[in-house]
Design a protein around this ligand. Sequence first.
Ligand code: PNS
Length: 163
Amino acid sequence: MLAICPGSFDPVTHGHLDIIGRAAALFDDVVVAVGRNSAKNYLFTLDERLELMRATTGHLPNVTVAALDGLLVDFARARGAQVLVKGIRFASDFDFELQMAHINAVVGSVETVMLPASSQWATLSSTMIREVASYGGDVGAFVPEVVALKIRQQSSRLEQADG
Ligand code: PNS
């Protein structure tokens, strides 16, 4: 069975990779759908987020990465996927994801499987990482090295542009 792991992954964290790795162990194949949430200001472009996701999931043979443009259920249907996998940290994630699961079941006839975030990453968020990174803080504990490096490069580019 094929499952989709959707998100904006800005940046991809150890928490995301934990969910993707567990989904890859549960399902035959996984497509990571890297999308755009119009309510968010992004640190990285879609191409950069795709590149970082490919670099950090390359060791998982049954995982592929693709850009998500449009409705998630259309993306799932176009690939013949019947399952969406979502990571759940707090009750607020559940409240939001429950609503999305109902909409996506009605609009696209897809199931949603919710995996509890592993305790080690249970409070991690890309939003917090962007906040720390924007002040030049060290986020190396929360993201793979290739991502931390890209964040450092981005910060120094922004500083040069400012200065
Ligand atoms: O959790 P994220 O990072 O905010 O997720 C972003 C993304 C792009 C995966 C999400 O916004 C999405 O699925 N967008 C596609 C539009 C859609 O299908 N929305 C859900 C039904 S309202």
